[in-house]
Design a binder for this molecule. Structure first.
Ligand code: COA
Length: 177
């Protein structure tokens, strides 16, 4: 089996991450991200309270993951980016990046949230398979006509002291489910 290492992003990975990002249709086409914009993003990420990791096969960069502790509602983990080079997709790289990300975030946070571009059904299947549930949609969020699905995963075997305090009234008002 191929050995994949997950390591923190370093300056030498920035160019490959930016090229990987713009080569993927999700960012290069749907969001119109340019190489320069992607470079700036990866250069500033680690200084921007984010955890940015890359997946390496030997010394080759084949994927990246970007997450923020307490990055959702100043309370829950937030996964901002996950990308695997096209020729490495379907070979377990995304799974390893997500295993690492979830292990890190669930050590501190009870929930993880992420957004997916609404037409990106492949990624949504990937996340559902990992236990994420769609909890909402943000319409026109990243731009006009660009809707994002909100996904949430709860820390496995999470329980609340005192049990579930929602009454039917609260459930209705808050739209919880
Ligand atoms: C989504 C993505 C990160 C998944 O990474 P990956 O390395 O290809 O995934 P894995 O090889 O670990 O696959 C794990 C499982 O998810 C499934 N899966 C992964 N991508 C899938 C897709 N696009 N459609 C359907 N199923 C998918 C695999 O079939 C596999 O299922 P199995 O365990 O039953 O065989 C990767 O395909 C990618 O970078 N896509 C383009 C960018 C993107 O959409 N990023 C997410 C932004 S929100």
């Amino acid at each position: 089996m191929t050995q994949i290492s997950i390591v923190p992003l370093q300056a030498q990975h920035v160019d490959a991450c930016a090229r990987l990002m713009v080569a993927l249709p999700l960012w290069g086409e749907s969001y119109g991200v340019t190489y320069d914009a992607a470079r700036v993003r990866f250069e500033s990420g680690p200084a921007d309270s984010a955890d940015v990791y890359v997946a390496l096969v030997e010394d080759e960069m084949v994927g990246f993951g970007w997450f923020v502790r307490r990055g959702a509602f100043a309370r829950s983990g937030y996964i901002r980016l996950l990308g695997v080079r096209a020729d490495w997709q379907g070979r377990g790289v995304g799974t390893q990046l997500m295993d690492f990300t979830e292990e890190t975030l669930f050590a501190e946070d009870k929930d993880i949230f992420l957004l997916t571009f609404a037409p990106n059904e492949g990624a949504q299947r990937f996340y559902r398979q990992r236990g994420y549930e769609q909890v909402g949609v943000l319409t026109d969020y990243s731009g006009p006509g660009i809707d994002e699905c909100i996904f949430r995963k709860r820390r496995p075997s999470q329980s609340w002291p005192g049990g579930d305090r929602r009454g039917p009234h609260v459930r209705h008002l808050c739209g919880w489910h």
